[in-house]
Design a protein around this ligand. Structure first.
Ligand SMILES: *[C@@H]1O[C@H](CO)[C@@H](O)[C@H](O)[C@H]1NC(C)=O
Ligand SMILES: *[C@@H]1O[C@H](CO)[C@@H](O)[C@H](O)[C@H]1NC(C)=O
Ligand SMILES: *[C@@H]1O[C@H](CO)[C@@H](O)[C@H](O)[C@H]1NC(C)=O
Ligand SMILES: *[C@@H]1O[C@H](CO)[C@@H](O)[C@H](O)[C@H]1NC(C)=O
Length: 427
């Protein structure tokens, strides 16, 4: 009995602290609950008081409440008065000499150049191009000509054409801090104005402008381009082969509107950064969409820019090229010859395509439009030394010629006309 009582006493002694601690717990719980109620009440209150002020139209989208993502870049320096062009000139097998002539005709020490012979070219051609760039005394001194030595596989009409162009654009963005426009050309393109003309006329232009010829009237392309699915083996094979078609087809997109146009474009620096850095997902998802699209190089840039409201007002509906299509249109444009000279000049365009290697029309362009001597650079205000252009004088000294007048005339029609805004991604 005694033993039992004493054990009960022990139990009682243990219960008292337990009760006390539970009481403390209860008090604490009550306090925190009250606090919670108070906190939640204030938040309800704030919601209640603020919501009538908040714009209901913008309340549907959480995106509109989040500040726009800005890329982490240092503020760009104030633009120099003279713009710079970043050229990409690309060729395939057998294009070495053509590419070299185009490069020489376009060269200016103020600009930047990336050249590329795709993987379908021979190793000898690529080595020869690399050695010529390496040995050229002007290129060596100015260091503004780069070659993509790790060549890309590029399939004709395949998405690898677009990835190759984006690759060059990325290299130019990474290597050179200050340039204003990215110009994509092929070895069978040729300039109809000097770089002095182009730099002079473009120095008066808004540097946000993008020259992308486009239309949303797909016409026959809807059934032939937008619905079939193609696979480009250049994306995963180490030997060259053609695109092949797979089934079933896909429907037209509903998440964005398709545009099509010329594969030749001049892109502003802000738009190039938007495409390459991809802080908005649209350029990236569209690139994936276009990876199964035939001739995606005639639609990717068009569709990205026209579905990006912040860039629509910067698009000029022209590719600044003279290209002559046969009737009915073939897959390839008409090869320009001496009989096209008058029409070419009358177009006021700064570039033309496509030309056969060393066709006499190129000699005529050299002699009459560029003032270029056999095998030399197109002369400009930068040229000094003897023979001329064997040394770099003042690269910012421009001597614009009649080409600047033609180009000014063209831009007056395109940019400084009432129709300019009516042609921006409208139809
Ligand atoms: C609400 O947003 C719309 C569209 O952004 C705007 O036109 C309107 O003026 C806004 N209203 C208020 C009260 O801010
Ligand atoms: C860029 O230039 C190349 C010429 O090598 C051309 O084939 C291509 O379609 C162009 N455009 C794009 C968007 O890649
Ligand atoms: C240019 O036109 C002339 C006269 O019409 C013709 O004889 C000649 O073959 C043409 N040249 C080319 C390269 O087509
Ligand atoms: C032009 O250059 C080529 C090759 O360098 C040479 O064969 C040709 O004779 C030159 N022509 C003139 C007119 O200098």
């Amino acid at each position: 009995m005694i033993e039992m009582e004493s054990s009960l006493n022990v139990e009682r002694k243990r219960v008292i602290p337990l009760v006390i601690t539970s009481l403390i717990c209860l008090v604490l719980c009550a306090i925190s609950f009250n606090l919670g109620v108070i906190l939640s009440l204030t938040s309800i209150n704030s919601m209640y008081w603020i919501s009538p002020v908040v714009n209901h139209t913008s309340q549907f989208y959480v995106e509109s409440k989040i500040p726009k993502l800005q890329p982490q870049i240092p503020a760009p320096p104030a633009p120099a008065s003279l713009p710079r062009f970043a050229y990409f000139i690309s060729g395939t097998r057998g294009d070495l000499e053509k590419l070299w002539r185009t490069l020489q005709s376009l060269y200016h020490p103020w600009n930047y150049y990336v050249v590329h012979l795709e993987l379908g070219s021979t190793l000898e051609e690529r080595l020869e191009l690399a050695s010529r760039i390496d040995k050229d005394p002007i290129f060596n001194k100015v260091q503004n000509v780069l070659m993509i030595t790790k060549a890309n596989m590029v399939t004709y009409r395949g998405p690898t054409m677009v990835s190759n162009t984006l690759h060059a654009c990325a290299i130019l963005l990474k290597t050179y801090k200050h340039w204003d426009w990215f110009i994509n050309l092929s070895a069978s393109d040729y300039p109809l104005v000097t770089q002095d003309d182009l730099l002079h006329v473009f120095s008066g232009l808004d540097r946000e402008l993008n020259f992308i010829e486009h239309t949303s009237r797909l016409g026959w392309k809807e059934a032939v381009r937008a619905m079939p699915l193609y696979v480009d083996p250049g994306l995963y094979e180490d030997t060259k082969s053609q695109l092949f078609r797979v089934f079933p087809e896909r429907q037209l997109p509903t998440a964005f509107k398709l545009f099509t146009g010329s594969a030749w474009t001049i892109l502003s620096r802000p738009f190039s950064e938007y495409l390459i850095w991809g802080w908005d997902n649209l350029p990236r998802t569209l690139l994936m969409y276009y990876s199964n699209f035939v001739s995606s190089s005639e639609g990717y840039f068009q569709t990205v820019i026209c579905n990006s409201p912040e860039f629509v007002s910067t698009v000029v509906n022209s590719d600044l090229h003279y290209i002559s299509w046969d009737y009915p249109a073939n897959q390839h444009p008409h090869i320009l010859n001496i009989n096209d000279t008058a029409k070419m000049i009358a177009s006021d365009a700064p570039f033309a395509r496509k030309f056969k290697h060393n066709d006499i029309v190129l000699d005529k362009i050299d002699a009459e439009l560029l003032g270029r001597e056999n095998g030399s650079f197109t002369p400009g205000g930068w040229c000094s030394g003897n023979p001329p252009c064997s040394e770099v004088g003042n690269p910012t000294k421009l001597i614009p010629g009649p080409g600047a007048e033609r180009l000014t005339r063209l831009l007056a029609r395109l940019v400084y006309s009432a129709e300019f805004t009516e042609k921006q991604c409208m139809k």
